[in-house]
Design a protein around this ligand. Structure first.
Ligand SMILES: [Zn+2]
Length: 68
């Protein structure tokens, strides 16, 4: 019985969510097809999408370094 190679396939519509502890994050898309030139993103509220790879950066609760 042959074992077929399972190739990881990104699901369309699936967004990778990344928890960060800083309002300023750098994204280069990581390795693979989503890689792109590094950009710096600033989280104004609680989250921001990378315009290149559509990854979602979410600020961890309780972080951000800015007092209310
Ligand atoms: Zn990105």
């Amino acid at each position: 019985m042959a074992v077929s190679a399972l190739t990881p396939t990104p699901l369309i519509g699936t967004v990778e969510t990344i928890l960060v502890e800083s309002r300023v994050v750098a994204c280069d898309g990581g390795d693979g097809p989503l890689g792109h030139p590094r950009v710096w993103l600033r989280i104004e509220a609680q989250q921001i999408f990378c315009p290149y790879c559509s990854r979602l950066f979410v600020l961890k609760p309780g972080t951000g370094g800015e007092t209310h």
